[in-house]
Design a protein around this ligand. Structure first.
Ligand code: 0WD
Ligand code: CA
Length: 396
């Protein structure tokens, strides 16, 4: 393996530094070997409805329902159907960490306990760090703030909006195919609670991406504990009722995370090049599912014209091995899950130690410039992005 894998970055705890610390972390040498990922545990969940209102329940959770025969018999399902009536959320609206923080207020009011963890953020942010050693063409900016002895991290949306190239018609359509696939492969209630009518008409309504179901999990890597929230596309069968889990015997525990599924679409694989592109894409699929403890991804394969041809299940834990053994991806593009996790461990520890925890409510900017060798950190004069209701609750 590579020479840097055993080198631990020289990051002294902030308080021990006399000089202004060099606030940068080298991507290619920052590796902490071996810290174990804690098994994620769901602490709560919440839903956005069709009007983007929040509910602290599972109302927007969907359930997988798609038969291979339905896909094959029709000669492929047209994923462009209904594109002209797509109800698309305006993603230039900055929601910060609002949904997650309000769900924590709800949880903490119910249980009377503060949710512990060093870092609180969206799963998508952690995915970016986990994939960074193999996604060095994509820049990003994050904002971070210490509050109530916890480090909150969000995406710096203005940077994203200013740097993303305006989507062309083709990529808009392709992203619609992803949402359409979610619609044709899910039903709003578990199968045994759905009428035939509900099942058969599931793809009749206009597609919308307003409604979302999110799971909030506690997890951790090395000595950094995290609370992360991420969107879960659907449950495979059902979600266990917490009331059925009051028995504290771990052997009897029906873990809600075990039932979750990530949905994705990909072009049908017809060449070695397609296979290698797919294996690169599996990095993100693995990363986002792994972080939340989602055991299964279902990939819908579609033609270049957007016709769904087939779908296939991938076990999250088997994805790194599939890519490692494959002959398609070459040694330069091949990713390694262990190395990606080693970088994540180093970067989380770096953030936790380098952002001065005594300075609460000061916003720090974390930057990765495309193709650069470093993650960097700088102080801003912005005010905290945390929802006022959360701040008020935690200040009581
Ligand atoms: O940096 C992020 N991840 C952001 C997340 C930036 C701004 C907003 N959000 C919100 C999302 O709207 C959602 O409410 O955070 C919540 C959960 O996000 P996540 O699970 O952390 O997001 P990520 O892991 O990046 O993406 C998961 C899915 C995507 O599906 P695919 O299969 O393409 O990975 O969440 C959706 C998207 O469908 N998604 C969004 N939908 C609308 N607007 C957005 C967005 N800004 N970000 C992710
Ligand atoms: Ca998805």
């Amino acid at each position: 393996s590579t020479p840097w894998t055993n080198s631990i970055p020289q990051v002294a705890p902030y308080g021990q530094r006399q000089q202004v610390p060099e606030l940068s972390l080298p991507i290619s040498s920052a590796r902490i070997r071996g810290p174990a990922m804690r098994q994620p545990r769901e602490v709560t969940s919440f839903s956005y409805d069709e009007s983007r209102n929040l509910h602290f329940d599972d109302s927007s959770l969907s359930y997988f329902y798609l038969l291979q025969d339905d896909v094959t018999a029709s000669g492929g399902i047209d994923l462009s159907a209904g594109y002209s009536v797509f109800n698309k959320r305006d993603d230039t609206v900055d929601e910060h960490l609002d949904g997650l923080l309000l769900a924590l207020v709800d949880l903490e009011k119910r249980t009377g306990k503060k949710t512990t963890g060093d870092i609180i953020t969206w799963r998508g942010i952690v995915t970016k760090l986990l994939c960074l050693p193999y996604s060095m063409n994509e820049g990003f900016e994050l904002n971070a703030v210490w509050f109530d002895k916890q480090l909150f991290i969000e995406e710096n949306l203005p940077y994203k909006l200013a740097t993303q190239r305006p989507p062309d018609q083709r990529s808009e359509l392709m992203s619609y195919w992803g949402y359409k696939f979610e619609q044709v492969s899910t039903i709003p209630k578990p199968w045994n609670e759905c009428s035939r009518q509900e099942i058969e008409s599931r793809s009749q309504n206009p597609v919308s991406n307003f409604a979302q179901y999110c799971s909030v999990v506690k997890t951790g890597l090395g000595d950094v504990r995290m609370v992360i929230a991420g969107e879960v596309d659907c449950a495979w069968d059902y979600k266990p009722d917490p009331k059925d889990n009051i028995d504290n015997d771990p052997k009897l525990f029906d873990n809600p995370l075990d039932h979750y599924v990530e949905l994705k679409t990909n072009r049908v694989i017809q060449s070695d090049r397609d296979a290698s592109a797919f294996e690169n894409k599996l990095l993100r699929v693995w990363a986002q599912s792994f972080l939340l403890g989602v055991p299964k991804a279902i990939i819908g394969f579609r033609t270049d014209q957007g016709y769904l041809q087939t779908f296939e299940e991938f076990e999250t834990q088997k994805i790194p091995g599939i890519v490692k053994k494959s002959k398609y991806a070459n040694q330069y593009t091949k990713w390694d899950g262990v190395d990606a996790l080693a970088f994540l461990a180093a970067s989380l520890r770096w953030l936790k130690t380098m952002i001065p925890r005594a300075e609460e409510n000061v916003v720090w900017r974390i930057r990765y410039l495309p193709r650069s060798d470093y993650l960097t950190l700088s102080k801003t004069d912005q005010h905290s992005f945390l929802h006022t209701e959360f701040v008020k609750w935690r200040s009581e």
